[in-house]
Ligand binder design. Structure first.
Ligand code: GLY
Ligand code: MN
Ligand code: MN
Length: 431
């Protein structure tokens, strides 16, 4: 058996054992996972793009499979009710040639109705209303069970790590092609096309809409447009773009200077990159991710002073809240079959761990454990609406800050596996 197949079998064996335990703990005989359905536009017959429910993807890797159900019961092979109506409009769903398909019972399912459940205590998880679950004789999304199953996604199996690594390789091929399009003078749209060509996935299959920000657009954290016309001045590109493999996500950001960037910009990009490398080196089991996030702010304060953007001690910069105006998002998040994966705000026992009041956007507050895959994405942006509140501060070199505004911002983001032997960067390939 090839290694890939062996890993998938081991992943399924572990998942079956873990589900058996979770179901026993919560006194439930079985769980039916609903993949979900795409939202239909109001008053229209067209649908939004679709991503299947994470727990369904955890078993099947099928992030695009709608209207399908997976029944998991101890001692039985999982049963996949595969939505496959006789339909002249669409090709029936295709399943991959992978070990899990051999191990599951697969029943074609021609309606949007849920399958009938056997008698017993069942939970239905996914986008299902309480009323529908009650009609099925089941409970919808019982919070205790959902929390236990979320926790199973936090530490990745070898199989999941391979999938995440593969997703990273694909995304890096896209980044490489996109960078060439940037160097060739392309518009945001051209860079987007180059990315998709490199990654070989439709945008609707990617884990999140590609963020292609030239110049000031790099300072809009989730910039959502794609200009068709290339700007005359080429100061910077911020590209945040991922890929999927068997449902698992890559989430990678690179920032590049252009031929028209001011001399101060490239050292800032290098500074954020060095900061990111230093933070990645600190990833280890037992380390608090909140502490790492605070270390990011300390590093940003050092960088702002070193690069002459602020004339003050690093302590004073931190105290003033300026680093939070230059970087309003968290250091990163858990990564898996969802780009912002579940269970970032609880501890291993399920107790809630909200982010610190002064860092409300931090998506991960846990202590790190071996097997977690996290993103590491320090950033430094010129966001006028945030900096405005600090305009009165004479220690800020406003001439320099304002000169950088039309470069937008910098984010450097990699995906890293935490291991007892040190960080394993899944995004190691540089374009
Ligand atoms: N691409 C979204 C994020 O970095 O979290
Ligand atoms: Mn990202
Ligand atoms: Mn991210």
């Amino acid at each position: 058996m090839i290694e890939d197949e062996r890993q998938q079998h081991a992943h399924l064996d572990a998942l079956m054992r873990a589900y058996d335990e979770a179901l026993a703990t919560h006194d439930i005989d079985g769980v039916l996972l609903y993949s979900g359905q795409p939202a239909r536009h109001f008053g229209d017959d067209q649908h939004a793009s679709f991503v299947a429910f994470g727990h369904f993807v955890h078993w099947t890797g099928q992030a695009q499979l709608a209207h399908s159900w997976l029944l998991v019961r101890p001692g039985e092979p999982p049963t996949l009710y595969l939505y496959a109506p006789a339909d002249v409009w669409h090709l029936p769903a295709r399943l991959p040639d992978e070990p899990w398909v051999e191990r599951f019972r697969v029943e074609a399912h021609a309606t949007h109705e849920p399958p009938a459940l056997p008698s017993g205590r069942f939970a239905v998880l996914g986008e299902v209303s309480d009323d529908i679950a009650r009609d099925m004789g089941a409970k919808a999304n019982p919070p205790g069970l959902v929390a236990s199953l979320n926790e199973l996604r936090v530490r990745k199996s070898d199989y999941e790590v391979s999938c995440l690594r593969d997703a990273n390789h694909r995304a890096m091929a896209g980044h490489l092609a996109a960078r060439e399009a940037f160097d060739d003078g392309g518009a945001e749209f051209d860079i987007q096309l180059a990315y998709l060509r490199g990654v070989r996935q439709r945008e609707s299959e990617l884990p999140y809409p590609t963020i292609v920000g030239l110049n000031a657009h790099g300072g809009v954290l989730h910039y959502q447009h794609c200009d068709l016309v290339a700007p005359a001045a080429r100061r910077s590109l911020l590209l945040d773009a991922g890929a999927r493999y068997r449902g698992y996500c890559a989430d990678i950001t690179r920032t590049w200077s252009g031929r028209d960037s001011v001399a101060e910009f490239t050292p800032l990009v290098d500074g954020v990159t060095a900061l990111q490398h230093g933070l990645i080196a600190q990833l280890a089991p037992g380390v608090s991710y909140v502490d790492l996030h605070r270390h990011m702010h300390e590093g940003l304060a050092v960088l702002l002073v070193e690069q002459g953007l602020v004339n003050a001690s690093t302590e004073a910069v931190l105290e003033s809240g300026l680093t939070r105006a230059f970087c309003p998002h968290g250091l990163g998040h858990l990564l898996g079959v969802q780009v912002h994966d579940v269970a970032g705000h609880v501890d291993a026992t399920g107790r809630r761990r909200p982010p610190p009041a002064e860092h409300p956007t931090l998506r991960l507050t846990r202590e790190l454990e071996a097997g977690m895959v996290v993103t590491m994405e320090p950033g430094l942006y010129i966001i006028p609406m945030l900096l405005e509140a600090h305009r009165h501060r004479p220690e800020v070199n406003w001439d320099r800050v304002d000169q950088l505004a039309d470069h937008g911002g910098i984010r450097i983001e990699d995906n890293v596996l935490v291991t007892a032997a040190g960080p394993d960067n899944l995004t190691h390939q540089e374009p």
